[in-house]
Design a protein. Sequence first.
Length: 67
Amino acid sequence: MQVFLTGGTEFIGQPLTQCLLQRNWKVIILVRKPKSSSTQALRKMGAQLVTGDVTEREPVAFVNGFS
């Protein structure tokens, strides 16, 4: 399974990401601040990061690239 997640750096997003990765899901997270410590923690967990904002079309259009 795979999921495109917004809010991954937030209170619920980090444990959710960890749970999904432990279940061998591919997790792609939309992040606004790629150099923040919470974002780097997600990367170390094994999530793939896409820099952007939900109000921007281009990063969100990445969802169409799921296969």
